[in-house]
Design a binder for this molecule. Structure first.
Ligand code: GLU
Length: 486
């Protein structure tokens, strides 16, 4: 009897243990993608190595996609790990692997053909696909004009998809796709006449136009399209929802707009004509003075690309430039500054560059210590342009407005007030064309950014003139001409 009870009690006990275990396993669902990322503390993102997405510059990793996704990782409170794919097919293949990256941030168009391989976020940028041709050749103006042309696009791109659709209507259409190239290569190939046409997105062209002086837009290939981040297919919406909240917030709080301005704003600054003029001067003029910039930079401990950017702003790299106001030479020095910096001949480019370098360092050293880098460099440029007294006036007005006098973003808002009597009458040094240093700094920053991309680590050591014969991120021993013959 007792044994029977004991047996029953043991059974009951085991049953309840099993019951509890079953219950527990029922409650403990698989963690969602978002929970997993948060638990691991790492967000793995796949992208492309290109000026419009992700690359290395003087300060390390940068690029529009990189900056945006970095902010997202910061919001999640996790570390960002970037992986790069060599081409778009590889990118989508990685995204679809079981242990692949959580998302792709790679300037991707949300196209029809991609719907099975990815789920897209809300859009963060509108772009227009554009047909690109070489200046001097007959300009195509409509899809029929693509017939009989050598056309190359990125393999697996939204443009390859668009051309495939067009081929259904125009069966004679021929084109090639390559997975061995990036957008920079396509544009260079058009620039050099290796191919007749390519298709790229307007944002990619905006980023690259400055390097290729012969590249022109033939026509827009259809309506604008949305760039979005891609997450793997599946039913788990946790990450996608979080991304969408982030993108919506970035639209609303203006951070997306600021990022666009930072990366694509030079198109507004330079304008379309200015962009290819800069590209021409980069190839034709800068190589003559690159050595002088590098030497002056070394002697004065500044970045040579900053000096080169200043030289472009001042004279478009022309050593005999003169202005009505008496400033002269490649760095446009006044007679007084030139004398103070030991320049005897302002029209001698080497001397002018040395003088400009010495002067910018001198001006920077005069700035209050409370201004830290990188703002310190922008303040130094503003002071070089408008003078230390006026800059100090603007800093005081900035402070009086409750803004930060040590932040360039704040002071540049106030500087234009120095041209308005209601404001300058209250200052020590009075009237100044305060809008000018704002443009001056903005332009130089753009040129500096461009020069930084052209001379990024993998290109360093080569002369600027040769630089766009090399392919960033691709082994130089494999010239692009080796891509499948057309
Ligand atoms: N946005 C393109 C795509 O989604 C890639 C970049 C380009 O070709 O301009 O395929």
């Amino acid at each position: 009897m007792f044994a029977q009870y004991a047996f029953r009690a043991r059974c009951a006990c085991w049953l309840s243990v099993i019951g509890i275990l079953l219950l527990l396993s029922g409650c403990a669902e698989e963690p969602s993608t978002l929970e997993r990322i948060q638990a691991e503390g790492v967000l793995r993102v796949i992208t492309r190595n290109s000026p419009a997405t992700y690359f290395q510059d003087r300060n390390g990793e940068t690029g529009f996609e990189y900056e945006l996704v970095k902010r997202f990782a910061e919001d999640l409170g996790v570390e960002l790990k970037i992986e790069t794919a060599d081409n778009l097919d590889e990118l989508f293949a990685s995204l679809n692997k079981p242990n692949g990256p959580a998302l792709a941030a790679a300037g991707l168009v949300e196209s029809d053909g991609r719907q099975q391989h990815a789920r897209f976020s809300l859009p963060y940028l509108e772009v227009t696909p554009q047909v690109i041709y070489r200046n001097g050749e007959q300009r195509p103006t409509r899809p029929d004009d693509l017939l009989g042309k050598r056309i190359l696009v990125l393999k697996g791109s939204s443009h390859a998809e668009q051309l495939a659709k067009l081929k259904l209507q125009l069966p004679e259409l021929t084109y090639e796709e390559s997975s061995a190239v990036e957008v920079v290569d396509l544009l260079r190939m058009v620039d050099e006449g290796q191919i007749d046409l390519t298709l790229v997105d307007s944002n990619e062209l905006a980023m690259n136009q400055v390097y290729f002086s012969n590249v022109r837009v033939a026509f827009d290939f259809g309506d604008s399209q949305s760039l979005a981040w891609a997450t793997p297919p599946g039913l788990d919406n946790s990450l996608l929802d979080e991304i969408n909240v982030f993108i919506m917030r970035a639209h609303k709080n203006g951070s997306l707009k600021r990022l666009k301005d930072r990366y694509y704003g030079h198109v507004d600054v330079l304008g379309y004509v200015g962009a290819y003029t800069f590209a021409k001067h980069l190839q034709q003029r800068l190589p003559r003075y690159e050595k002088d910039f590098r030497e002056a930079a070394k002697t004065n401990q500044v970045d040579w690309r900053l000096l080169a950017a200043m030289g472009y702003q001042e004279s478009l790299w022309q050593p005999t430039a003169t202005s009505k106001t008496g400033v002269r030479g490649l760095m446009m020095l006044t007679l007084r500054t030139a004398q103070a910096m030991g320049v005897s001949d302002r029209l001698n480019p080497k001397q002018s560059i040395q003088g400009g370098a010495k002067y910018i360092v001198h001006v920077k050293n005069q700035l209050p210590e409370s201004i830290l880098e990188p703002d310190r460099t922008w303040f130094a440029l503003a002071s070089y342009n408008v003078g230390g007294g006026h800059l100090e006036d603007a800093r005081k007005l900035t402070e009086a407005e409750g803004l930060d006098p040590n932040k360039w973003l704040d002071v540049q808002k106030i500087l234009p007030r120095l041209a308005q009597k209601q404001w300058y009458s209250k200052t020590r040094y009075g009237y100044a064309r305060g809008g000018e240093p704002v443009h001056f700094v903005r332009n130089i920053r753009r040129y500096y950014d461009i020069l930084t991309w052209v001379t990024q680590p993998q290109l360093e050591g080569s002369q600027i003139a040769e630089s766009n014969q090399h392919v960033p991120g691709i082994d130089k021993s494999q010239p692009i001409q080796q891509t499948p013959p057309l």
